[in-house]
Design a protein around this ligand. Structure first.
Ligand SMILES: [Ca+2]
Ligand SMILES: [Ca+2]
Length: 177
C-alpha cells in the first residue's frame, strides 16, 4: 500500500463529506440524495427508488455498519485492512462500488455520462463550483459533451485501487484542479 494510494483515499473521503463538516455520516447521505433527486427533478417512485439505491450504496461501500458515522482515520484503516487482506477482493469490491453508483448517476440510462449528469453528480456530493467541474469533465476528452460510462467508472476504480501513478489519473487531477 503506497502513500500515493493513501493520499487518494484521503481525497475520496473528503469528496464524500458532502456537508463539509469533517466527518462522513448519515447527514451526508441525506444531503447528497436530496440534492441529486432535486437537480434531476425526480419525483414520486423514481425519486424514492434513487434514494433507496443511494442509501444502499453508502451502507454497502462507505459505512462500516449501516448508517454508522466514520472518521477519516477509520475510513483509511477500513480500506487498508480490506486491501491488505485480499487485493483482488478489494479491487472487485471497488469495481462494484463505482459500477453501482454510476448506474444511479446515469439517470437517462444511455450508458454514457453527459455534462449535466456529471455536474449534477458532483453538486449532489457537495462540489458546487461548476467551472472546476466542467474542467474536470474535459479531462475525459468528451465527444459532444458525452463520455462513455465505462471510461468514467474505470477512472474511479483506478483512482481508489492503483498504487502507482499512471496514465489514468483523471480523477486525481480533477480533484487537484
Ligand atoms: Ca459530513
Ligand atoms: Ca447518461
Amino acid at each position: 500500500m503506497t502513500d500515493f494510494l493513501i493520499a487518494k483515499w484521503k481525497i475520496w473521503y473528503k469528496s464524500l463529506d458532502v456537508n463539509h463538516d469533517g466527518k462522513i455520516s448519515f447527514e451526508d447521505v441525506e444531503e447528497s440524495r436530496n440534492k441529486f433527486t432535486d437537480l434531476h427533478n425526480l419525483v414520486g417512485e423514481k425519486s424514492s427508488g434513487v434514494k433507496v439505491d443511494m442509501e444502499d450504496w453508502w451502507n454497502t461501500y462507505i459505512f462500516p455498519t449501516k448508517g454508522a458515522e466514520i472518521s477519516e482515520e477509520e475510513f483509511l484503516k477500513m480500506l487498508g485492512d480490506q486491501y491488505k487482506a485480499d487485493k483482488a477482493a478489494f479491487n472487485a469490491k471497488m469495481s462494484d462500488c463505482f459500477n453501482k453508483i454510476f448506474d444511479v448517476i446515469d439517470t437517462n440510462k444511455d450508458r454514457s455520462i453527459d455534462l449535466d449528469e456529471f455536474i449534477y453528480a458532483f453538486k449532489a456530493f457537495g462540489h458546487e463550483n461548476e467551472d472546476i467541474v466542467k474542467k474536470a469533465f474535459s479531462l475525459f476528452n468528451p465527444t459532444k459533451n458525452t463520455v462513455p460510462l465505462r471510461t468514467v467508472v474505470d477512472s474511479w476504480i483506478a483512482f481508489v485501487t492503483a498504487d502507482e501513478a499512471g496514465k489514468d489519473d483523471i480523477i486525481k487531477k480533477a480533484f487537484e484542479s
